[in-house]
Design a protein around this ligand. Sequence first.
Ligand code: SF4
Ligand code: SF4
Length: 476
Amino acid sequence: MTTNAPAASGRVLPTLNEDGSRRWIRPKPSPGKFWQRRRVVAYGLMFVFCAIPYIRMNGKPLILLDLPRREFTLFGTTFLPTDTLLLMFLLFSIIIGIFLLTALAGRVWCGWGCPQTVYLEFLYRPIERWFEGGRSGSLQMDREHARGQLHPRRLAKYGVYLLLSLFLAHTFLAYFVGIDRLVQWVQRSPFDHPTSFAIMAITTFGIMADFTWFREQTCLVACPYGRWQSVLLDRQSLIVAYDRNRGEPRGRGKDRAGLGDCVDCGACVITCPTGIDIRDGLQMECIHCTQCADACDAIMDRVGKPRGLIRYSSRAALEGERVRRLRPRVVLYPLALAIALGGLAYTLATRAPADVTVLRGLGEPYVIEPDGHVANQLRVKITNRAGGDRVYRVSIEGAPGSDVIAPDNPMPVAAGQTGTMTLFVMLAPSAFHDGERDITVRISDGAAFSQGVPYRLVGPESDEHDDQQHREDPKR
Ligand code: SF4
Ligand code: SF4
C-alpha cells in the first residue's frame, strides 16, 4: 500500500518536492564572463589546496593542524593550546574579516571561493555532465533511477567520483597529519594502521557523500554562514540581483508592448545550482554564484536587449536609493580588524620561546626535614615553543645556602611539547621571615632563553619554629 505525504501548504526548500521528497538539481552551465572568471579562480584554488601540504616555511609545513598534539602551524608559526591570546586574536581576525567581506562584497566567498562550490561546480558536476550527457541526460537517468534502473554511465561516474574523493581525502588529511606521515600511511598495509585507515575511509566517504548526494543541501541546511546573511548584509551590500524595475512585467512572445525585458525563458532558474528563481528577490539559498547573471546575459544578447538584467548590484541601488559606499559597518569592521591583526602581530612579536609556570607541589605546603631544614616542593611546567628540541635548567636565586634536589634537572623538552620538573628547595628555618621567603626560579635553555619567575617559599613562623625546636629539645 502506498501513502501519499500531504503536500506542503507554504514554500518548501528548492531541493524538495512538495511532498518532502528530494528534488535533484541538475543545473545547466552558463559559460558567460563570470563563469570564465570563476573557473580560473576555482582551478587556481584547487591547485593551491593540493600544493599547500608540500610547501614548507621556516622548516615547517605551511599549514599543519596537528589535533592529537594540539599544535597548529600556520605560515611557519606554531600555535600551542597555551597561546590563548594569539588564538583569540586569530579567531577574531577571521570572523571580523568575514563580516567585512560580506558587508562589502556580499556572499562572494560562497560563490567564488568556498570549497563546496568550487569542487561541486568545477569538478564533480562537469564530470557528471560528461558521463551522463548534460542536464537532459542526467534528468533522463534520474527517471530511470526512480524506476530502479542504474545506468552504466552513472555507475562509471560513481567510480570516478570515488577515485577523486580518495585523492581529496588524502590531500585533506595531509593538512592534519603532514605529508610525510601520510605517505607512510599509504605505503603500509591497512592492517598495520587500522585507525588511520579508518580515518581515511571515513573522510573519503564523507567527501563522496557530500559531492554525490548531499550537494547543494550543504549550503542550504548545513552551513551556518548562509543563515547569518540577514544580519551581515545591509541594503548597500553587493548582491547578485534581478532588476525588477527593468524586467517586470515579465512575459513571453514577440509582442512586447507593455512588457519588461524579462522574456520569462527560465534560463536563470535551470542554471541555478541551488534551484531557486532569483526573480523572487534576495533569498537565503542564493550563494551569489552569478550563473543566473551569465544565463540572462546570453538571453539578453539573443533578444537584443542590454545585458545586466541580473547583475551585481545592491538592494538600495535597485530601488533607486542613494548608493553609500561609506557606512558605519564599513568603517567599524576595518577598525576592529586592524585592532585584532595588530594584537596578533604584537603578541607574535613579543612571544617568548618558552612558556613557564611554577606551581606549588601537591600536599603539605612545606615539610621540616629531620635535620631541621624546611623543604618546599615546586613543580615547574615548561612548554617549548622554540621550534627545536631544548634542554632546560632550573636554578634558584635569592636564597643563599639553599639546597635544590631535582632529579630531572636539566630537563629535555621536545619542540612544541610540555615537560614538568619536580624540585625540592631546602632552606634553614632562619631564612624565613614571618613564615615566607621570596625567591626567583630561573629557567634557562643555555642559549637565548632565560626567564626568572618570582616565587614565595613558605616555612614556619618564628614562634612556631621555636616551639618545634623546644618540643624536639626540651632542655632549650
Ligand atoms: S534568464 Fe533573464 S530573461 Fe530569462 S527568465 Fe531569467 S531573468 Fe527573465
Ligand atoms: S540565484 Fe543566481 S546567483 Fe543565486 S545561487 Fe542561483 S544562480 Fe547563483
